[in-house]
Ligand binder design. Structure first.
Ligand code: CA
Length: 224
């Protein structure tokens, strides 16, 4: 299982490489974003561990370029930032998973193995239910003929509902996917974002609504 590690902190990169090698991975390390992009496109890696703040090109851009070029190598983003927008941005740029530094090595290897098992999975560029469409990369969304302007977070919440349609999504699902399991965010934030989304969809005249499934969660339902 060949991995590429794109990390400019040399000591951390070395530690990662050593640890992952002990776990049976074969690792290559680069310390620069543009070089990481070049190598990923050229090489056949089982997965890429990608730092965010990198010389020459940041991790978001590296990942976004890969996806724009149709390269679906699983990407796990590592970052020291624990800001609010990291997860939404990471998912939006096409990364598959996200881990904040400092992280547990056990968690890292477990997540990498899960990504590698799933493999290189192309994701549909456009998510669609009823009259709602969302491109999770550009965040452009529409309800019928009307454009719906969404923030990064709102788009991430809507993407979560669209991806799991016709399934019911729990508050915890949304929190995990959009804010991250370890973010320590109150789950009332989900209600706030659902309210924003409902208002925007309603204003656009959408025939698709976010339905409350009592005691379980939320589901998109089309009344077209
Ligand atoms: Ca860095």
């Amino acid at each position: 299982m060949r991995l590429l590690i794109v990390e400019d902190e040399v000591r951390l990169a070395t530690t990662l490489c050593r640890g992952l090698a002990a776990d049976g991975f074969e690792c290559e390390v680069v310390h620069d974003g543009a070089e990481g992009l070049r190598r990923t496109v050229d090489g056949a890696y089982a997965a890429v561990v990608l730092d965010l703040l990198l010389p020459s090109m940041n991790g978001y851009t590296v990942c976004r370029r890969l996806r724009e070029w149709g390269n679906w190598t699983p990407v796990l983003i590592l970052t020291a930032k624990d800001g609010d927008y990291d997860l939404a941005e990471a998912l939006e740029c096409g990364a598959d998973d996200f881990l904040s530094k400092p992280f547990s090595f056990v968690v890292l290897t477990a997540r990498l193995r899960a990504l590698i098992r799933r493999g290189h999975v192309p994701r549909p560029p456009l998510l669609e239910v009823g009259d709602i469409q969302l491109d999770p990369f550009t965040r452009r969304s529409s309800a019928g003929a009307a454009e719906v302007a969404l923030t990064a977070r709102e788009a991430a919440v809507l993407a979560c509902l669209l991806r799991r349609h016709p399934g019911v999504v729990t508050k915890v699902d949304i929190l995990d996917e959009v804010w991250g399991t370890d973010a320590g965010v109150d789950d009332n934030i989900v209600d706030v974002y659902l309210r924003h989304l409902r208002r925007k969809l309603d204003a656009a005249g959408s025939s698709t609504v976010i339905e409350n499934v009592r005691g379980v969660g939320f589901r998109l339902t089309s009344h077209a």
